[in-house]
Write a protein that binds this ligand. Structure first.
Ligand SMILES: NC(=O)c1ccc[n+]([C@@H]2O[C@H](COP(=O)([O-])OP(=O)(O)OC[C@H]3O[C@@H](n4cnc5c(N)ncnc54)[C@H](O)[C@@H]3O)[C@@H](O)[C@H]2O)c1
Length: 244
């Protein structure tokens, strides 16, 4: 596994399913982790930076707050995300603003603020958690898919633009992952999450949907020197299941 000894890392969405796995795995590999989410109480980490990613000023200030708390910033993992269901005809203005705000504008603002700090220190790595559903259309989640496509494109463009500064920017694109995001979606629609996930497991060639650690390990690889020549990549992590 990647050696991340001493690497100061910001993880957004740290209280969520993939976020929790990221924080545990990063710290196990020696990273010093600053966690951000709306509520970060009870998360073991080196710095706690709670706040709402829909607040532009909070996002703009987050990389600087990591510097203040931990003295440097080597890695950023833009992991926080929200999912809204439905075709565009059922998408409210609130859903649109929430999805664009959390899934696109927040990573944009955080990257914009982090890149000069990393460049000034000789480099760094950014990993964005996008989705398979941003690489190809998925049914009944039009705005979610569009936001993840935007994040994937931003990743490819930023990867190209900032490689010369020693900053590698890549994305992980999962298919379904066993997290609160997926489970609460089933519950909201009246399905038992365990039964629904058992059914979903059958649809994946490798035999099961992803656990958060399956995604976190790929993000750690991309953040580490083992991925030193990987730039602007959007890595699908899907157990062999394409979007259909
Ligand atoms: N679970 C899946 O099937 C799946 C599949 C593909 C991609 N993803 C992506 O992986 C990432 C992590 O998702 P997850 O499944 O762990 O979801 P999750 O719901 O468990 O975690 C998401 C976290 O983001 C935080 N967050 C949301 N809005 C925020 C805001 N305004 N301010 C601060 N924090 C906020 C939430 O509080 C939560 O802790 C997301 O970007 C998601 O789109 C998930």
């Amino acid at each position: 596994m990647a050696d991340l000894t001493g690497k100061v890392t910001l993880v957004t969405g740290a209280a969520g399913g993939i976020g929790g796995a990221l924080v545990r795995r990063l710290r196990a590999q020696g990273a010093r982790v600053a966690v951000s989410d709306r509520d970060v109480a009870g998360i073991e980490a080196e710095a706690h930076l709670p706040g709402d990613l829909r607040d532009p000023a909070f996002c703009d200030g987050l990389p600087g707050a990591v510097m203040t708390a931990l003295g440097r910033i080597d890695i950023v993992i833009n992991n926080a995300g929200v999912i809204t269901r439905g075709p565009v005809t059922e998408t409210s203005d609130d859903d649109w603003n929430l999805s664009l705000g959390v899934n696109v504008e927040a990573p944009f603002r955080i990257c914009r603020a982090a890149i000069p700090l990393m460049a000034g220190a000789g480099g760094g790595a950014i990993v964005n958690i996008a989705s398979c559903w941003g690489l190809r259309p998925g049914p009944n989640h039009a705005v979610y898919c569009m936001t993840k496509a935007a994040l994937a494109s931003l990743t490819q463009c930023m990867g190209m633009d900032h490689a010369h500064q020693g900053i590698r920017i890549n994305a992980v694109c999962p298919n379904e992952v066993n997290t609160p995001m997926l489970r609460t979606g089933f519950a909201r629609r009246g399905f038992d999450p365990d039964t629904a996930i058992a059914d979903l497991n059958e649809t994946v060639p490798i035999g099961r949907i992803a656990e958060p650690e399956d995604i976190a390990d790929v993000a750690l690889f991309l953040a580490s020197d083992a991925a030193r020549y990987v730039v602007g990549a959007c890595i699908e992590v899907n157990g062999g299941k394409p979007v259909s």
